[in-house]
Design a protein around this ligand. Structure first.
Ligand code: SF4
Ligand code: SF4
Length: 245
């Protein structure tokens, strides 16, 4: 499998949130207005100005309190359901870059602003958000940097080695090597949805203890309405072409 991938080793994350800030900085996204919610996590969720968010969970693990950190972002799915969902309404507004595999939303996603909730629900990880001007937004894999031989901003800034990025083969090898090392101490250690996505997380416990959408929801899919629109649209095109001849 060609293209690029991330490997995010959550055991190395200290929740410094350098990646979150580097992402905002590179994408020139403004700060999100927020307030203290009693958690280290801030803002409370991904939003139109926050493509990357270090999620924070306090859980019980083996009878002790544990803190789990999860640097959430678009997974750049190998077969992205959000692209199918958008294209059910309008073609050519979400591209999947051939060289890297990055799933990139174009400015023209404004055309589907009214269908945002349906598109958001097609994502197994609850990632897309809507900007004030109607664009759908999310992590771009820093396609502008990566296409010029640079690392994504969030990876470049990470001081602990939690964030890694490179050729998919190298990243999957690194992920499996690290998993092998951790398995002895943490029998529940696992790579999340590694064969489906380009952002591979290593966790040491049930992924849902990190975040409810850390692992793909059981039946994300595309709603029946979107599927029907996809099937009917070309058929209607053919029909009107036939009728006009
Ligand atoms: S790859 Fe770029 S856009 Fe995506 S989370 Fe990292 S810094 Fe943000
Ligand atoms: S994680 Fe969600 S937003 Fe990202 S490519 Fe997959 S379906 Fe699309």
């Amino acid at each position: 499998m060609a293209g690029k991938s991330f490997f995010i080793d959550t055991t190395r994350c200290t929740a410094c949130r350098g990646c979150q800030i580097a992402c905002k900085n590179w994408n020139q996204n403004k700060a999100s207005e927020t307030k203290n919610t009693g958690s280290h996590q801030n803002p409370p969720d991904l939003d139109a100005n926050t493509y990357k968010l270090v999620r924070f969970s306090e859980v019980e693990a083996e009878g002790k309190v544990a803190w789990y950190f999860f640097a959430d972002q678009c997974r750049h799915c190998l077969i992205p359901p959000c692209k199918d969902a958008v294209e059910g309404y309008t073609a050519g507004t979400v591209i999947q870059d051939e060289a890297t595999g990055a799933v990139v939303y174009l400015e023209e996603t404004k055309k589907v602003a009214a269908q945002f909730e349906q598109i958001r629900s097609s994502c197994p990880y609850d990632i897309p958000r809507k900007a004030a001007d109607g664009r759908l937004v999310k992590c771009t894999m820093c396609i502008d940097r990566v296409s010029n031989g640079l690392q994504p901003a969030c990876v470049k800034i990470c001081p602990t080695g939690a964030m890694n990025f490179g050729d998919r083969e190298a990243m999957t090898a690194l992920a499996n090597e690290r998993l092998g090392k951790l398995k002895e101490k943490y029998p529940k250690a696992q790579l999340i949805d590694a064969n489906e996505v380009r952002v591979i997380y290593l966790v040491v416990d049930d992924p849902r203890k990190y975040h409810k959408s850390a692992i793909a929801s059981a039946n994300p899919g595309i709603s029946r309405k979107v599927v029907l629109r996809r099937v009917l649209k070309p058929a209607q095109g053919l029909l009107s072409g036939w009728m006009s001849t």
